[in-house]
Each structure stands twice: as C-alpha cells, then as structure tokens.
Design a protein around this ligand. Structure first.
Ligand SMILES: [Zn+2]
Length: 182
C-alpha cells in the first residue's frame, strides 16, 4: 500500500504529536535515517508506554523502571509496533530527540539531519515480518519525499553512538531490509 506524506506527516497512520522537538539547524538537510528499538517496560511489547514516554506522560508509578526515565525529554519521528502499525510523533521537517551524542561520517549531532525510526522490540528478540514490511514501505516513501536521503545513508543507533548505544541489536537483519528496499 503506497504511503503519502503531507506537511511532513505520513497519512493513514496514528499521529500523536510530541512536545519534544525543535528546529533543525538546516531545515533542508534531512540526509540520514537512524533505526532504533525500544520496549517499555524493557522486553515487554504492547501497551501504550512508548507513546507516553515520547509525549512526556509516562507515570513513574506504573513500573519500577519508569522512575529512571519518565523525566527524559525524548522522541522519535516514528514508531513501528510489533504488528507493523505506525505512530508518528514529530513531523519530519522538525528535529526529534532520538540520537543523543552521536556522529556519522565526521558529522556530530545526528538529530540535526536525521529521521529517527523506533522499532518496538528489544535486542534479543527477532523483529517481526510485519515490522520489516512496514519499515521498508516507510523508507521507500521517505526516500521519495526527501531527496537527500539515500539507501546508503541508513544506519543504526549503535553505529552513530558506539560504546553508548547497542540498538537495534544483532537481531536486526540489515540484509533482509536491504533486500526489501532493492
Ligand atoms: Zn536508540
């Protein structure tokens, strides 16, 4: 199913605007895709906690782990859930807060020039077929909409923040994704 982007939002998916974004240093420079994974509580799928975190509404009393993260101001542009459904939190022309301290091919602060996509998951568990299919569809749509994005500039959080981040992990099948994009 072809996807459409209107005003930097994907149509036909859930939109949950996050307050955690700001202006890109160069609004025309959207030239990197960063793949992440997240699950809340860690290792548990389903539920609404990821969206609550990205919208600053996570209740620290809902899980012991949340006390350490509920005050973080973080976001990603997109979440792809286990069943392949998508949630967008930040329009693509705005800077989401997903990469943190990071560098890519000599450039720092990858949030400035990247789109962050979270897969609901954890590094020990294979991602679902529905997620790969949806991720490929999203990426094809983004490549068509933002000409400075290319298939050569798709990376993992672990690659731009080595030693600090390990997602999306060894279970993420980069070759499979590249096959779907070919
Ligand atoms: Zn990450």
């Amino acid at each position: 199913m072809p996807m459409i982007i209107e005003q930097h939002w994907l149509t036909g998916i859930t939109h949950l605007p996050s307050p955690n974004h700001d202006e890109r240093s160069d609004p025309d420079d959207i030239s990197l895709l960063v793949i992440h994974c997240i699950s809340l509580p860690p290792g548990q799928f389903g539920g609404d906690y990821i969206s609550q975190l990205f919208c600053n509404r996570l209740n620290p009393e809902d899980d012991a782990y949340f006390a350490s993260i509920y005050q973080l101001k973080v976001s990603a542009h997109l979440l792809i859930r286990r069943d392949g459904t998508c949630v967008q939190y930040v329009p693509f022309d705005r800077r989401a807060w997903h990469a943190g301290v990071s560098h890519y091919q000599g450039r720092e602060r990858c949030n400035d020039f990247s789109i962050g996509i979270e897969l609901e998951g954890c590094e020990q568990t294979p991602y679902t077929e529905a997620q790969y299919q949806q991720l490929a569809a999203v990426i094809k749509t983004l490549l068509a909409a933002y000409p400075r994005l290319t298939q050569q500039h798709i990376t993992g959080h672990s690659d731009i923040a080595p030693g600090r981040k390990t997602d999306p992990g060894a279970t993420f099948d980069w070759n499979y994704l590249r096959g779907l994009l070919a």
